[in-house]
Ligand binder design. Structure first.
Ligand SMILES: Cc1cc2nc3c(=O)[nH]c(=O)nc-3n(C[C@H](O)[C@H](O)[C@H](O)COP(=O)(O)OP(=O)(O)OC[C@H]3O[C@@H](n4cnc5c(N)ncnc54)[C@H](O)[C@@H]3O)c2cc1C
Length: 151
């Protein structure tokens, strides 16, 4: 990994982490550099800087659908946003790193139906969105009203 540009040096990051510690199956190569931004402004800065530097990057959620067998040289981003929900009427807004199962529990606690399918699907809400997670004939896209993405 080349020297980090000043713009991203202060964003929380760790080096040489085993994917075994980052994924559900507990196996894998090394993550050479893992960024764990705590705010979406930091994600924007990371993405912008990677673009400027010509670096590709990867996104990691809960690691429940990944087996990373080799070392990954590209920077990996795993969100570490505060896990705060916003409830407005029949809509819940969650940060992408919010647990998918925990979100279905929160919906039930609010008396909202529709997320029962998620009760046994591990990982994050962002990962579930990327994968369109589903079970028992139901899938996330059926209850999604909107999302915001950073690319
Ligand atoms: C025991 C078990 C049971 C499972 N049962 C089901 C099931 O019934 N139905 C089902 O659909 N799946 C199931 N899965 C698979 C897995 O849980 C889902 O695919 C889950 O939605 C993945 O979420 P994650 O956060 O772990 O994503 P990860 O595994 O970390 O990543 C998966 C993909 O999503 C991308 N991604 C993750 N977060 C983001 C983000 N914030 N923004 C953009 N891209 C992102 C990653 O780059 C990667 O390409 C199961 C897995 C296990 C281990």
């Amino acid at each position: 990994m080349p020297t980090l540009p000043d713009s991203i040096r202060s964003i929380p990051h760790r080096e040489n982490i085993s994917f075994g510690r980052l994924t559900t199956l507990g196996v894998g190569g090394q993550c050479k550099i893992l960024f764990e931004p705590t705010h979406e402004n930091q994600v924007c800065t990371l993405v912008k800087t990677f673009r400027q530097e010509g670096w590709s990057y990867r996104i990691l959620g809960g690691g429940s659908n990944l087996v990373v067998l080799s070392d990954i040289e590209e920077p990996v981003i795993r969100l570490n946003f505060p896990k705060v929900l916003k409830v407005e009427g029949r809509e819940i807004t969650a940060p992408a790193n919010f647990g998918h199962i925990r979100l279905s529990q929160a919906a039930a606690e609010q008396g909202l139906s529709g997320m029962e399918y998620a009760a046994g699907i591990p990982g994050t809400t962002g990962g579930a969105l990327h994968m369109n997670a589903g079970a028992s004939g139901r899938e996330l896209v059926q209850i999604l009203s909107s999302y915001r993405s950073i690319y």
